[in-house]
Ligand binder design. Sequence first.
Ligand code: ATP
Ligand code: MG
Ligand code: MG
Length: 351
Amino acid sequence: GSTVGILGGGQLGRMMALAAARLGLKCHIYDPDPMAPAGQVCDQITTAPYDDKSALEAFAQSVDVVTYEFENIPTDALDLIEAIRPIRPNRRALATSQDRLTEKTFLNELGLKTAPFAVIDSAGDLESALATTGTPAILKTRRFGYDGKGQARVMTTADGDAAYASLKGAPAIAEGFVEFSCEISVIGARSLDGSVVCFDPGMNAHSEGILRRTTVPAPLPNALRTDAVLLAGRILNALDYVGVIGVELFVTPTGLVVNEIAPRVHNSGHWTQNGCAICQFEQHIRAVAGWPLGDGQRHSDVEMINLIGDDIGDLPRHQNDPSSAIHLYGKAETRPGRKMGHVNRIVAPKG
Ligand code: ATP
Ligand code: MG
Ligand code: MG
């Protein structure tokens, strides 16, 4: 059998490792944290920093293919690994999504709509950037942001300086605020031979920049559902992508606007674990291991509820709901904003 190497041992790495085990594949996780959630369920874990050249080399040599569960892997580590084993999804997919400027430029070049945006390299760029985007706007660091971190809202140009100061000089962009009726995402997959399978779009509810809930089916006209899936397929093809991708979209009166892409399994795809025969984690492992993709058909209407921080206190209620599948990440310590687990509540057979 072959071995899949996974950079990052958080909950996404953990659920990939569980899927790999079901497929009879071995998993080797790389994560500096010995308490990483994936460490409890994988065959092997290397707990070394991402700049430990000999550890990275030994890791790469011990596996057949390398994938990842987060975007912010240092370039040097990737260079070293890529000289030894294939990285899937490829470096271009990763580089494109690591930087909001490259990401939006790529999407626009594909003919896909994004929020209006402008680069801010220093405080002097703020005024002209906000003139481009209009207000309200959101300032975002170009790199390293997740769960709404590294963002500041600008209601009027008068708020601009304070908002920019909160980003502490990091290279940033301004984005015009998109008036959306709802947020949806498409979880898509592409295999080594270029086949594409997408899951049904889900509707996402965020609060404080963090995903709280995903509902499938999203309440969308069929035409938009098709647009969403076709658009995800175009992104996958353009990047010669192998693996699962998450595409976050705003639904607006003038059509779909792409918010961002994540070159990995995605929190808004967790419903697939209990809504489809083959979930996003199995689909991802199949793709990166060079297997054919599975069927992405949905068999149930599902509501995915994230358990964030103290939400874990609701566990007894979920335990007492016989239609809720429970997924906990094995994190010992509860912290505000920390994703502790999720619940997939089966609402009904597919309507
Ligand atoms: P993730 O954890 O999904 O990677 P992130 O930190 O990269 O999150 P975004 O997805 O850019 O953050 O933004 C988080 C949320 O903030 C979005 O899902 C959306 O609700 C809101 N948001 C972001 N950008 C805009 C925008 N231009 N217009 C309107 N709302 C926005
Ligand atoms: Mg993001
Ligand atoms: Mg997002």
